[in-house]
Structure formats: C-alpha cells, structure tokens
Design a protein. Structure first.
Length: 134
C-alpha cells in the first residue's frame, strides 16, 4: 500500500553512525523498554579502541547508530552477568536486537582488523534487511 505514506518511514536503527557508550543501567533500561537496535558489548581492553573504530566506520557506512556497553565501565557490576543488563550476546560482539531479543551477533575477535570493517558492514546490512526494514 503506497497510499499510507508515513512520515516515519525510517527504520528504528536509522542514524548517522554514532556509537554511543551507555552506562550499564541505561542499557538495562533501554533493553527493557525498547530493545531494538545494534549493541556492542566490549570486554577486551587491549583491542577496545580498534573494535570501536571499526564498528563506528561500519555504522557510518550503513547510516545506523549503535549503543555500546563496556564491562570495564566503573558502573558495570562485575558480579553480575550481562543478562542482568538485558544482553544475550557474547563479549566483544556487535549484535542486532529486536524488541529485546537477540537476533544475530558478530564476534569481533574472529577477524583480522583489516577484514573487520567489511565483515561488520555486511553484518549490519543483512541485519537491517532481515529485522529492521519495514
């Protein structure tokens, strides 16, 4: 139906390539209330900057935003598992969620840094097509 053209025809993940670091409890709230979008869960301190840069490049390429939670955040309770914060993905992954449900994830440490951006971009693209296109 082309008759009902809504002004809100952008997908819920549309953005300009922002990777927003959110506090752990904000992530929990986001997952409980919305839970749709891309989430990066960072753990590896040594590669943190590399991963963030590559994810950000891939987000920009695909015009989407993502949220990041970092397990070394001082506010991250190490005694709790990531499920406490509403996350079902593994550490050092970028994941696609819809309504709080993990749809797919890509492990950042499975690729050479040189390949990572391409793999991430492909992951984001397929996630958009599968889960976020209206």
């Amino acid at each position: 139906g082309t008759a009902a053209i809504s002004s809100q025809n952008s997908s819920p993940v549309q953005g300009n390539g922002q990777l927003e670091e959110v506090k752990p409890l904000e992530m929990k709230k986001f997952m409980e209330e919305d839970g749709t979008g891309f989430v990066m869960y960072s753990f590896d301190e040594d590669n943190h900057t590399i991963y963030m840069n590559e994810v950000q490049k891939a987000l920009k390429e695909n015009d989407v935003d993502a949220k990041e939670i970092y397990s070394y955040d001082p506010l991250y309770n190490q005694k709790k598992s990531q499920t406490y914060y509403g996350l079902q993905q593994d550490t050092d992954t970028l994941a696609a969620y819809k309504n709080g449900e993990l749809k797919q994830q890509i492990k950042l440490d499975e690729y050479d840094p040189s390949e990572l951006e391409g793999e991430l971009s492909h992951f984001i693209e397929t996630s958009k097509e599968l889960y976020f296109e209206e």
